[in-house]
Design a protein around this ligand. Structure first.
Ligand code: SF4
Length: 427
């Protein structure tokens, strides 16, 4: 029988020693996730309980997306709240009452904690319970933390989805649950491929609307679409669901391996799988090959940021011919990224956590052709003549599955082409 399982290298990185670092970190906080989550959940509102700094972060991150009726806002904690002089809970309740009276379209309200709300120990979990009682059944109020203390920006989505899991209805139905906020066009492609293979029913978390939230139970098989959903995965397991181990659907090979894991679980035969995927696989390979001309033989260094680093290193080394020097990730959960580590050939330093100065020293010593890092590090490194890629772009851009595989490779090829042009001009 034909097998679509990717061929592993002689020695992968699952058991490679991990360089663990703790020190100063350069990352955005979890509030950033609101920027893509609010577009996905169309009847949700994200109310950040935070300071003016939090409001500014959201406004500048979402600067180009001004809606007449936005689906996020900030309840500003003033100095008197921080000093404990006013009852922040009463103010929060009033703020929520006003918001829900003005916006009857809101069916899910997320109270999003921040550094200031954590400093004054505002109990948003109790606030969410109190407000749910008050506004049920029309609105469900939930809470999670987007605080920047000890977190990285994609943990915002993880915390948001994790807080939804206990509220999902129970179901015994045998189903596939896709977990992770994908752009609609990408989600539709994935659902189309699964439908053509005969995998059914397939549900998504997050859903577009409160009325469409999936159930969960012991016959639920979860296919994660993002590698940063550690807490969500744990909550789903607690509800009886099973997480399907698979590489993440980046690139042709990753997408095929992810789909093949689902296909085997749901009894799809190899001929059907080939019939559905042959054409998109060929298109993806062709699109990747075009960008890989620029990437082949080039070295890459990942600072820990988006938590996509390990699957992307697997894609860039195996499908685009790059060499990974260091692959840093904020957290490494081998239950989730183990299949990608299996396919990543030994060689790169695998690092978990960050001590930014030490890592900068290693990066400067290695002089990689391309460095993937946060915005704060990119400018100084560019000034030192190094080509960089902003990690946050990888989360804002549609990059999953076959039809985006060429664009994903292109995201890494562009800075190298630009650097080559600039070097040519300087020369
Ligand atoms: Fe800054 Fe913390 Fe607010 Fe994030 S949550 S913007 S790190 S104060």
């Amino acid at each position: 029988m034909k097998d679509f399982t990717p061929q592993p290298p002689a020695q992968g990185c699952r058991n490679a020693p991990v360089l663990k670092e703790r020190g100063q970190r350069e990352v955005f906080c979890g509030l950033t996730g609101i920027i893509w989550l609010h577009r996905k959940m169309q009847d949700a509102f994200f109310l950040v309980v935070g300071s003016r700094t939090c409001a500014h972060l959201l406004q500048s991150a979402a600067g180009v997306m001004i809606f007449a009726e936005p689906r996020f806002g900030t309840a500003i904690l003033e100095e008197k709240d921080l000093a404990g002089l006013a009852c922040a809970n009463e103010e929060l309740d009033r703020e929520v009452d006003r918001l829900l009276a003005r916006r009857p379209d809101i069916r899910q309200l997320f109270l999003v904690g921040s550094c200031p709300s954590e400093v004054i120990k505002l109990d948003l979990h109790r606030a969410a319970e109190r407000l749910t009682e008050r506004h049920a059944p029309h609105v469900r109020v939930m809470n999670y933390s987007g605080s920047g203390i000890e977190t990285t920006f994609t943990e915002g989505e993880d915390a948001c989805l994790a807080c939804m899991v206990p509220t999902l209805p129970a179901t015994d139905e045998r189903q596939l649950l896709l977990v992770g906020a994908l752009p609609d066009v990408v989600e539709d492609q994935a659902l189309g491929l699964l439908r053509d293979m005969g995998v059914s029913p397939v549900r998504c978390l997050p859903a577009h609307r409160a009325a469409e939230v999936p159930g969960v139970g012991s016959n639920t098989v979860v296919a994660l679409t993002q590698p940063f959903l550690n807490e969500t995965a744990q909550h789903l397991e607690r509800r009886g669901a099973r997480i399907l181990p698979a590489p993440f659907p980046f690139g042709e090979e990753g997408t095929t391996a992810w789909l093949w894991a689902v296909a085997q679980e749901f009894g799809v035969d190899a001929d059907t799988f080939a019939r559905v995927t042959d054409a998109p696989r060929a298109r993806a390979r062709k699109a990747i090959a075009a960008a890989a001309e620029t990437l082949r033989g080039k070295s890459i260094f990942f600072f820990p940021d988006s938590q996509l680093e390990i699957p992307l290193a697997r894609f860039l080394t195996r499908e685009c011919g790059m060499t990974a020097v260091e692959v840093g990730a904020p957290f490494i959960n081998k239950q989730i990224v183990g299949p990608d580590l299996d396919l990543l050939a030994e060689g790169p330093v695998i690092a978990e956590g960050q001590d930014v100065d030490l890592q900068l020293d290693r990066c400067r010593a290695a002089r990689p052709d391309l460095t993937v890092c946060g915005l704060g590090l990119a400018n100084p490194l560019e000034a030192e003549g190094m080509a960089t890629k902003w990690a946050i772009e990888l989360v804002f851009t549609p990059v999953h599955f076959y039809e985006q595989a060429g664009d994903l490779a292109g995201l890494f090829a562009r800075p190298l082409r630009r650097r080559a042009l600039l070097t040519g001009l300087e020369g």
